[in-house]
Design a protein around this ligand. Structure first.
Ligand code: ADP
Ligand code: MG
Length: 287
């Protein structure tokens, strides 16, 4: 699904003394299969933008279009084609069992029981939960990380073509965060589903995003190849964002050696770089 925003603005509490323009004149186009991160300071309009792109909120001015069809004037392109998760989507879990929660949307779409069960099992497996072990549990007896996975499985069970996720790893422990990011990357690679993720952890962004949009004051401040933006210390500092750890390491190595070390964006590349700088990996031993 193509998602486009044309000169989109949104003001909260319009026409009152408290009117506030949260998103201002945004032009964006997301193509099918992209993996896009949206970052920016707190209050820069990331969540509002995501809700506008999903069609959950209507812009004050400008248009959002899905597959060329402007929202608000024509119906959304078919149920289930787009999955949107608010921050803390586990707050929306409500069924008695994990299975029923994940099965809710496929059932609502009127699918046969066999198909509902298959989609539910696959969606749970996709987020790392075994239906045999978790299916009959109450969602409210699960850890936060497990609840978050169930909420994401509820979206995946609809087989969406686009996932719009607002800080899906917020408040989770580091291993769970890493696992969820890894699964989103795999899902995008293997199925071609578009994934748009709002986040503020630049290590996760380095791992996740191919393209990065930086928001500031409701406007798009930068929109480019993720590696290029995440290597730019001045740009990230301007928008109160930290460098990814591996890029910071390269800067420190450059300072220590009096040279320029080309930034790398993942840990294996950083390890290789360290081996090279230490005189080559050949014969090196970890013991
Ligand atoms: P972000 O996700 O980048 O932190 P948001 O999109 O949540 O930013 O909010 C953008 C701005 O809009 C913030 O200044 C926020 O305070 C304001 N805002 C968000 N929701 C409302 C609301 N319902 N009423 C008034 N202002 C709001
Ligand atoms: Mg937000």
């Amino acid at each position: 699904m193509h998602i486009e925003a044309h000169n989109v603005s949104l003001s909260y509490q319009e026409g009152t003394p408290f009117e506030f323009k949260a998103v201002s004149g945004v032009d964006l186009a997301f193509a099918p299969g992209e993996r896009i991160g949206i970052a920016g300071p707190v209050g820069s309009g990331k969540s509002t933008l995501l809700a506008l792109l999903a069609g959950i909120m209507a812009p004050t001015s400008g248009d959002v279009a899905h597959d060329g069809r402007k929202l608000g004037r024509k119906p959304l392109p078919g149920p289930g084609s787009l999955g949107f998760a608010f921050q803390s989507p586990e707050n929306c879990l409500f069924e008695k069992t994990v299975h029923d929660d994940v099965a809710f949307a496929p059932r609502a779409l009127g699918l046969k029981a066999e198909e509902v069960n298959r989609l539910t099992k696959e969606a749970l497996a996709c987020v790392g939960l075994d239906v045999e072990r978790f299916g009959s549990r109450s969602p409210f007896s699960l850890s936060l990380g497990e609840q978050r996975r169930v909420a994401l499985a509820g979206l995946l069970a609809m087989r969406p073509r686009v996932l719009l996720l607002d800080e899906p790893t917020a408040h989770l422990d580091p291993l769970c965060r890493h696992d969820i990011i890894e699964r989103l990357v795999r899902l995008n690679d293997e199925t071609g589903v578009t994934v748009v993720m709002v986040g503020h952890d630049m290590d996760e962004m380095a791992h996740f995003s191919k393209r990065l949009v930086i928001m500031d004051g409701g406007r798009v401040a930068a929109d480019d190849d993720s590696g290029r933006l995440l290597s730019d210390r001045n740009l990230l500092e301007r928008y109160s964002l930290r460098l990814p750890g591996t890029v910071e390491l390269c800067h420190l190595l450059g300072e220590a050696t009096g040279g320029i070390v080309a930034p790398v964006l993942d840990e294996p590349a950083a390890v290789e770089l360290l081996f090279q700088m230490a005189g080559g990996a050949e014969g090196a031993s970890c013991s």
